[in-house]
Design a protein around this ligand. Structure first.
Ligand SMILES: Nc1nc2c(ncn2[C@@H]2O[C@H](COP(=O)(O)OP(=O)(O)OP(=O)(O)O)[C@@H](O)[C@H]2O)c(=O)[nH]1
Ligand SMILES: *[C@@H]1O[C@H](CO)[C@@H](O)[C@H](O)[C@H]1NC(C)=O
Ligand SMILES: *[C@@H]1O[C@H](CO)[C@@H](O)[C@H](O)[C@H]1NC(C)=O
Ligand SMILES: [Mg+2]
Length: 429
């Protein structure tokens, strides 16, 4: 006796034959009653059955080995959002899958309602596959920009031998991402060059996106608009401590900069946030040890929504150049996160920095998600994801041991509550 299961396969086969062969054939070979049927209407005034042309007839692409002459179907990509803003991703061709995953998440949660453009940056040309796939994933326009060599490679004043020694030492000391030159170029670029790439000059605001990240909640408003209307220049989600062995001389260099340019230190700076070592904010446990006054706190820069003109300001320019000249991006492995953060903490009004506590975000290994149950529910947050090892991650970093968030609340701009900001944006236009 054949079981139900062994019968299922031929049954599905017969069904498929019926759908794909018998039905269409029965239409085109008039075995159904066509006497009262306006065949011109069926075939759009064409007496012949439609040929296979998916773009024209909106048919599905049948197999991966069939090619479309025009691979990118028409889509209305006109921007809806009103801000002078772009999404930006520095990314490698080989990271396509991760780029698409991040895009899918951000498009679904936010950008499909706004259609802000995407700018992709790379030090080698993007390949056709990358361009096709990301264009199909985007709701808005897409731009693919080649970073000039002089903006990517180390500056000429970097001493080769000292650089090589720095790499060798980082490998010996087990410094995270310490052994690769491309990582140092990346951090250097993100610290001082992304905002002056030609395409970026067209915008006031950017939203930095990395491959393999996830946005856990609907945005339900335009974060660029929120920042602009509330006089903010920078928005972050996660603040954590840096690995000290990546930045042995960064703080010392920053102190020298402040001594040389005291007029650039903002009267309402947030230096307290990065120099307090108070342990009550750390569950009374000792902080990650630091050999300087810097407590290693920084905004995690893989997520940033910010104003490009801050980075293009004379003050930030002087700050970056000062750090750059010291060579620390190459002799050590300074990250763009502490460099951006310290720049903001020194040069900006702390009240112009915004913590997006209502944006859920995941970049391995940390998750951020709103704490309010009402916010989680109304923004359709899913505060659970899976890490690189497939392990379940559902505990937001929030005020965990390595988080600097409570330090920001006490020594930075303070803790604001969701009802203090009009998130509905029902402004009279
Ligand atoms: N074009 C290009 N992009 C790079 C290169 N290295 C890193 N990136 C991008 O720079 C950003 C940061 O690099 P990541 O490798 O994510 O660094 P990370 O976030 O510190 O480390 P992960 O934990 O691996 O995510 C990402 O958007 C990368 O795609 C590179 O050599 N070329
Ligand atoms: C957008 O911002 C850029 C950079 O500040 C500026 O040059 C450009 O004129 C702005 N565009 C619009 C439409 O305001
Ligand atoms: C510093 O902050 C106060 C309070 O927000 C503000 O009134 C003042 O103008 C700020 N100072 C500067 C130089 O921006
Ligand atoms: Mg990353």
């Amino acid at each position: 006796m054949p079981s139900i299961r062994t019968l299922t396969v031929p049954l599905i086969g017969i069904l498929l034959c019926f759908c794909y062969y018998i039905i269409p054939n029965s239409i085109s070979f008039s075995s159904i009653d066509l006497a009262n049927y306006d065949i011109n209407q069926l075939f759009n005034h064409n007496p012949h059955p439609p040929t296979y042309d998916p773009l024209k007839h909106n048919q599905p692409k049948l197999a991966s080995n069939s090619y479309l002459e025009q691979s990118i179907p028409f889509r209305n990509r006109q921007q809806i959002g009103k801000e002078n803003a772009t999404l930006v991703m520095l990314v490698r061709n080989k990271e396509l899958k991760g780029a698409l995953q991040s895009m899918r998440s951000l498009e679904d949660r936010f950008n499909r309602h706004y259609r802000y453009p995407w700018v992709f940056l790379n030090e080698v040309p993007f390949d056709d596959e990358f361009i096709e796939q990301t264009t199909l994933m985007a709701s808005g326009e897409t731009f693919y920009e080649l970073i000039p060599e002089e903006d990517w490679e180390q500056p000429s004043f970097i001493d080769e031998e000292k650089y090589e020694n720095g790499i060798a030492k980082a490998i010996m000391d087990g410094v995270i991402y310490g052994g690769t030159k491309s990582y140092r170029n990346m951090c250097h670029f993100n610290s001082g060059y992304f905002y002056r790439q030609e395409r970026m000059l067209n915008y006031d605001w950017y939203f930095r996106v990395e491959p393999d990240v996830e946005y856990m909640c609907d945005f339900q408003y335009d974060p660029f608009e929120l920042l602009r209307r509330n006089n903010k220049i920078y928005g972050f989600v996660i603040a954590i401590t840096e690995y000290e062995n990546t930045i042995p001389t960064l703080w010392q260099t920053v102190e020298e900069f402040m001594a040389e340019y005291p007029e650039l230190v903002h009267p309402n700076n947030s230096l307290d946030f990065i120099t307090t070592h108070e342990t009550s904010l750390n569950h009374w446990k000792s902080l990650v040890p630091s050999s300087t006054k810097y407590n290693l706190c920084h905004f995690w820069s893989n997520f940033e929504i910010a104003n490009l003109n801050f980075f293009r300001s004379e003050a930030y320019g002087k700050y970056f150049d000062y750090l750059d000249k010291s060579g620390g991006f190459y002799y050590e492995r300074w990250g763009d996160a502490p460099v951006h953060s310290i720049g903001l903490n020194i040069l900006a009004d702390k009240n112009s920095i915004h913590h997006f506590e209502d944006i859920g975000y995941y970049h391995a290994p940390y998750l951020a998600c709103p704490t309010s149950k009402d916010v989680v529910a109304s923004k359709r947050c899913v505060c659970k994801t899976y890490g690189v090892d497939g392990d379940r991650i559902d505990k937001p970093i929030d005020v965990g041991l390595f988080s600097c968030l409570s330090r920001w609340w006490k020594y930075g701009a303070g803790k604001s509550f969701l009802n203090e900001i009009d998130y509905t944006f029902n402004y009279e236009k």
